[in-house]
Design a protein around this ligand. Structure first.
Ligand SMILES: [Zn+2]
Length: 279
């Protein structure tokens, strides 16, 4: 049995809010307890008929993980995740921790009770989940496979493309995670924001193509000369001004990926303000 409880935290980045999933009858796994909001905790505690035995967190962003400690205290259930907010970063992103800016929504206080690795199985009385490491949106991001369905956190959203903000976000990791999810051939995705995605392979292909189109736009703009991520975002994106800072973070992720691939370069160490040029 699967229940979805929508947290009351709608915003441009979270869409309608965070989906908290409750899986199981006698023993319940809570997947993404969501933000630390008392009414949301109460809704989770009242929803299931059984006992909450596992609290699983896809990644250490406040809208997913901040409610974990209170829910664990109320139920005695352990919190399971890949690691804290710093865990699972790629070497490239680790090298940019001091300079890349970013850090939106990080839950720096998050400490799981039990660390999960790729392929780990988590079992309740009437369900089995497999942890799948899916970095890209955040280094410590896990998805959870349940039969032919995948709880995919923020990797694939029901309504928009996900934020990739270095040094937590890594575009090359994100592409690998999309491929990994496609290879699992899930019948249905259950994103942490927005509606489920049935038959998700076309959606995954669309997201990949969307990022490749962005890369092409950035490369075309760089042919006019060196540019910063924020200027490229203003030039390329057709969105309301309040969303431009997030777009600039996505563009920076593309520029760093192009640097890793040897296509672009900076004259100094990479920062959010760096001028990137074609090589
Ligand atoms: Zn997130």
């Amino acid at each position: 049995m699967l229940q979805t409880i929508l947290a009351p935290n709608p915003s441009p980045l979270t869409g309608p809010g965070t989906n908290t999933f409750l899986l199981g009858e006698a023993e319940i796994a809570v997947i993404d307890p969501g933000p630390d909001i008392a009414s949301h905790h109460a809704a989770i505690l009242q929803a299931g008929r059984g006992r909450i035995t596992h609290i699983l967190v896809t990644h250490a962003h406040l809208d997913h993980s901040a409610g974990a400690a209170a829910l664990s205290a109320a139920t005695g259930a352990p919190v399971l995740a890949f690691g804290d907010a710093d865990a699972g970063r790629s070497p490239m992103m680790q090298s940019l921790v001091e300079t890349a800016g970013g850090g939106e929504g990080r839950d720096t206080a998050f400490r799981p009770d039990r660390l999960l690795r790729d392929g780990d199985r988590i079992e309740g009385a009437d369900w089995v989940l497999t942890a799948i490491h899916t970095p890209g949106h955040m280094g410590n991001h896990l998805s959870f496979l349940w039969e032919d369905r995948l709880f995919c956190g923020d990797v694939i959203l029901g309504w928009s493309s996900t934020l990739i903000s270095p040094p937590d976000g890594d575009l090359l990791d994100y592409f690998r995670s999309l491929d990994r999810i496609a290879a699992l051939r899930p019948a249905r995705l259950l994103p942490a924001h927005g509606d489920p995605v049935a038959g998700p392979l076309p959606r995954i292909a669309e997201l990949r193509a969307h990022r490749q189109d962005r890369t092409a736009q950035i490369l075309a703009a760089l042919r006019d000369g060196p540019a910063k991520a924020a200027d490229l975002a203003a030039q390329i994106y057709d969105i309301p001004p309040p969303l431009l800072p997030a777009a600039a973070r996505n563009v920076l992720a593309h520029l760093i990926a192009l640097t890793q691939l040897g296509v672009a370069a900076t004259s100094t160490k990479i920062t959010a303000e760096s001028d990137f040029s074609l090589r």
